[in-house]
Design a protein around this ligand. Sequence first.
Ligand SMILES: [Mg+2]
Length: 391
Amino acid sequence: MQIVDVEAIPLSYPMDEKRYYAKGEISRDVVIVEIKTDTGLTGIGEAAYFGGPTVTTETVIEEELSEYLIGEDPRYIEKIWEDIYVGTSQHGRRGLTVTGMSGIDIALWDLAGKIHDVPTYQLLGPFKDKVKAYASAGYYTDREDDTEKLAEDMARYVDDGFTGVKLKLGRDTHTETVAKWNQYKGVSKESLDEDEKRVKAVREAVGPKVDVMVDPNNNWDVKTTLRMAERLKDQDLYAIEEPIPADDTEGMEKINSKVNVPLSGCETAYTRYEFRELIERDCVDIVQPGINWVGGISEGLKIASMAASRNKLFMPHAFSSAIDLAAAIHVTCSIPNSEFVEYDQTDYNGLVTDMVEDPFELDEHGYVSPNDSPGLGITLDESFVDNHRTD
Ligand SMILES: [Mg+2]
């Protein structure tokens, strides 16, 4: 069996209104990876593009990484990962190379399931058949009634069955009070006041039993995080997600040693090598790589094992398409140390629902399950892909 073709397909899907996180406006773009074999079987994966144009990720996959795949046996997933990592080590090891590798690795695991005719998580060694999902939403909008609408949305997710919700914090529109030159800047008092109101409104809307997570997307500094944790100490938060830049491991370590709320992170960290430091230095309590970002399913599993060795939960970042969500569900169902998977509920996301013929559904208790069909269990809707591709 041989790989005969590797294609990267960039797609875009419109937002229903402008939405913002701490670092600016969000958009919905993805890079799908298709790996074709001489048997007629095709594996599908997804490579994170976050923060950059999709064309760069597409180019790295098609022009460079594909050379490590053509003619290879797709069942040798670990060998292909090592070949690419070592072969690109002088300019890779992080960034675009690893996100490209992630898409390839996910596609190879989809293919492995199809070759063996079982769902991928059954091949990985299942631990459970369903995982709790949290509603990932709570972005800032331009609405006058932004906080009221936020609280309403969160209450609706709970009505839908979600037992966990996440909202964005850390946005600062009062920039005239902030020194812009320093990437490790704190934010203004107005921003902190607004964020405190947002969290309290959400807690009041969802009630005391729901797990509430907050995500300032690296926009705070150490002292700001400590002060906000103090201001929010009665809100019984489930986690504060990467409050400061992931490169500042010393800062993360300091925060995690002083704050009673678990720190989670860091979606912006790459491979087992960066997560080893985050785990061993106790920078985070909940380990949170993106499967389409950190090096794929193979790398996610290794990091999950490292997390388990320090008695930490593994909760993958999954804010993208149905492919990355599927990969996160299959991984979390194959490990003992997972509680939640992230499930995007921010307006209508066609990349999660319409892009595949068999989208995931939340059950009444707030769980999602892998589909029964082989591999990741999802089939691309070709007309949706044709209508939304940007190449
Ligand atoms: Mg995040």
